[in-house]
Design a protein around this ligand. Sequence first.
Ligand code: FES
Length: 107
Amino acid sequence: MPKITYISNAGVSRTVDVPVGDTVMEGAVQNDVDGIVAECGGNCQCATCHVYVEEKFLPVLKPIAEDEDAMLETAASPRKSNSRLSCQLHVTPAFDGLVVHTPPTQQ
Ligand code: FES
């Protein structure tokens, strides 16, 4: 199972196993990882699952879809070039070792 590491804004790191097919958001919520709120339950309607993806992993991600792009503009913390909504990142075997950073605030 792919291992994903979530690093909080305070520098606290958690690594969890996330099943292929689940989302990076679900991996956080199901393992009580702080820093991902996911208010809309993964429907690309809230931007409270915003994460910063470590640059070297960007090539393994699907491109940003139009609705994700629009929602990222509403994120509480600044959008960066490596910003993604974790509910839109469906885990594949290539995600093993993925590192994401949670932003200072989600709301
Ligand atoms: S959980 Fe709401 S946009 Fe991702």
